[in-house]
Write a protein that binds this ligand. Structure first.
Ligand code: GUN
Length: 297
């Protein structure tokens, strides 16, 4: 069984990006990302801190604005508009979820698409579906990069995606059906409403799970020799851990790992790759290449 070590790969990518950032520095450009966090969701707080720390680690400037949960929709909109107009800011990230009184769709549609390092703006979603150069959402981009660097080709294979979110399920499916050397898969998207989910997942050569439920996929759901990509990051109570919780994926490791030919661990699989791709998108945006750079080279 091959362990798809996202943490190690992300460290390699950080090195590559550090060199790229140094080259940009010689042209007088310092990539700069602005991150907005509204409210005190503990997971979001932790993600934003990790993202900001990783940026600084490769020489990308990061500005974090942390606002109270009561911040109004208009205030959030105003901040995004200010960042859009600031030539010193190359990338904008609004951490989701936003509080219910803030219309997330409206906010995401306000971000300048060429600064949209999450790739969530409808224009960038459309460009991705059409196979045009764009800023690719970070988790899907991280999955493609992880599979490529471990030489796990999806070409001609049946990829089953469990989960249909705009952040992971839909964009990864749209990437992997592209006509391209790094894609060319046959893709099924399934979700919680499937009449017989197990019949679908057992058909997967490559199973990508992003449903957000701890241990949702077990050994009985997986074909022998499948490649398994676990996107889940779930906190479960664990009194024996110093923090009182631990992080587990959407895949039950004990029953699935022995059947898989390759599998991502949680933590240390897809998560670090997501952050590495955010850094890459920020560098691409700073180079002015948001709509120039081919999806994958
Ligand atoms: N919340 C969960 N995942 C993400 C992500 O990739 N980007 C943002 N902005 N928020 C998220």
């Amino acid at each position: 069984m091959i362990l798809l070590d996202g943490k190690a790969l992300a460290a390699e990518i950080h090195q590559e990006l550090r060199a790229e950032v140094a080259r940009l520095g010689q042209r007088g450009i310092r990539p700069h990302i602005a991150l907005l966090l509204v409210g005190d969701n503990p997971a979001s707080l932790s993600y934003v801190r990790s993202k900001s720390r990783a940026c600084e680690h490769v020489g990308i400037r990061s500005t974090v604005l942390h606002l109270p949960a009561e911040t109004t929709h208009e205030e959030v909109l105003g901040i995004v508009q200010r960042w859009n107009a600031d030539p010193d800011i190359h990338g904008i990230l609004v951490q989701l979820p936003l509080p219910p009184h803030v219309n997330a769709d409206d906010i995401l549609q306000t971000i300048d698409p060429q600064k949209d390092v999450d790739g969530f703006h409808p224009v960038n979603v459309g460009r991705l579906v059409l196979g045009l150069p764009t800023l690719v959402p970070c988790t899907p981009a991280g999955i493609v990069e992880l599979l490529r660097r471990y030489r796990q080709s999806v070409r001609g294979k049946h990829v089953v995606v469990v989960g249909r979110s705009n952040i992971v399920g839909k964009p990864i499916a749209n990437l992997l059906v592209q006509k391209a050397e790094w894609a060319d898969a046959v893709v099924t998207i399934c979700h919680s409403a499937a009449a017989d989910l197990r019949a679908l997942t057992r058909n997967a050569d490559v199973l990508i799970v992003a449903i957000g439920r701890a241990g949702f996929i077990t050994g009985d759901d997986v074909r022998d020799g499948a490649v398994v990509v676990d996107v889940g990051i779930n906190r479960i109570e664990d009194p024996s851990s110093p923090k009182g919780y631990r992080i587990v994926g959407d895949v039950e490791w004990a029953s699935v790992a022995p059947k898989a030919s390759a599998i991502t661990p949680v933590p240390g699989g897809v998560g670090p790759m997501t952050i590495a791709m955010l850094l890459r998108n920020t560098v691409i945006a700073a180079e002015g290449n948001a709509w120039q750079k081919p999806l994958f080279q």
